[in-house]
Design a protein around this ligand. Structure first.
Ligand code: WAQ
Ligand code: MG
Length: 260
């Protein structure tokens, strides 16, 4: 679903539906989402439905979730840099990517529509189009996992669509063997949280990664140095259907002392 208002993007979402019978219900949910967006009711809505042959579908697991609480966004960025280096990203690649996102990674200093691809050692940007970037798509959790996730996240007061969608996206991203880690924070001016994800350490949420009111956000996918088949990686991230049928652990937030 893509929805816009006065020619401006308003909302977008997608689902992988297991049974044909649920397609209609999901479409109605999407319609409501577009019409009841907090920033207004859409005046243009596109709904697209694609059949996916069963043999194309992969299954996988959701990353473990843990939360870090920092006192301010500057500390959050120091922590993000530390977690990235722990995951195997060089200090240079981590710090220049934080800077790209902070300054708006698209030409002209706005947010990209998709993610940067960054060499985890050199920090070189590898995506062909620095406005569009790489757009991860075709991933979802099963209905059972979605219900478990709502329940577990609600216990920590974190049952919101930002968290759920980011956790699903990150789970697909770091499931690619070429990816070392992901860094993300939102482009919504009033949503300050973000995360560092890797297959070894899971989804590590950081409550503050940018100042309130900041519209520049984005994503960096750190690629293992020397990965030859970038086209194959992009194909996997953008096109291969992944239905996540196992939930991970959900841990309570821990306060970060600022010591690295
Ligand atoms: N594929 C790649 N990059 C994307 C995609 C996608 N499908 N969707 C968005 N992006 C990029 C794009 O540059 C956006 O500007 C940026 O990511 C942020 O997107 O509390 O809300 O949808 O645990 O604003 C993370 C923290 C929230 C959640 C992320 O991202 C939590 C968020 P947004
Ligand atoms: Mg957003």
């Amino acid at each position: 679903m893509h929805a816009s208002l006065d020619g401006q993007h308003l909302s977008g979402a997608e689902r992988l539906v297991e049974h044909f019978d649920s397609v209609e219900d999901e479409l109605i949910c999407m319609l409501h989402r577009a019409l009841q967006h907090p920033r207004g009711s859409a005046d243009r809505i596109s709904l697209q439905v694609d059949e996916i042959p069963c043999e194309e579908k992969l299954t996988g697991n959701l990353l473990d979730f843990s939360g870090y609480l920092v006192g301010n966004w500057e500390q959050g960025r120091i922590l993000a840099c530390h977690l990235l280096t722990e995951a195997g990203v060089s200090l240079g690649a981590a710090s220049c990517s934080l800077e790209y996102l902070a300054n708006g990674a698209a030409p002209g200093g706005s947010s990209m529509r998709g993610a940067m691809l960054v060499d985890a050692q050199s920090g070189e940007r590898l995506e062909k189009d620095q406005t569009r970037g790489v757009r991860v798509s075709r991933m979802d959790v099963t209905k059972v996992v979605r219900e478990q996730l709502h329940r577990c996240l609600a216990e920590h007061g974190l049952d919101n669509s930002h968290v759920i969608e980011a956790l699903i996206l990150a789970s697909k991203v770091v499931s690619a063997p070429e990816i070392v880690a992901e860094l993300c924070w939102s482009d919504d001016p009033d949503y300050q949280a973000g995360y560092v994800a890797s297959s070894a350490s899971g989804y590590q949420r950081i409550n503050l990664l940018k100042p309130l009111g900041e519209e520049r956000g984005g994503r960096a996918f750190f690629v293992r140095p020397g990965s030859a088949d970038l086209a194959g990686l992009i194909q996997y991230l953008e096109k291969t259907p992944l239905l996540i049928d196992r939930i991970g652990k959900i841990d309570r937030g821990i306060t970060w002392s600022g010591q690295v």
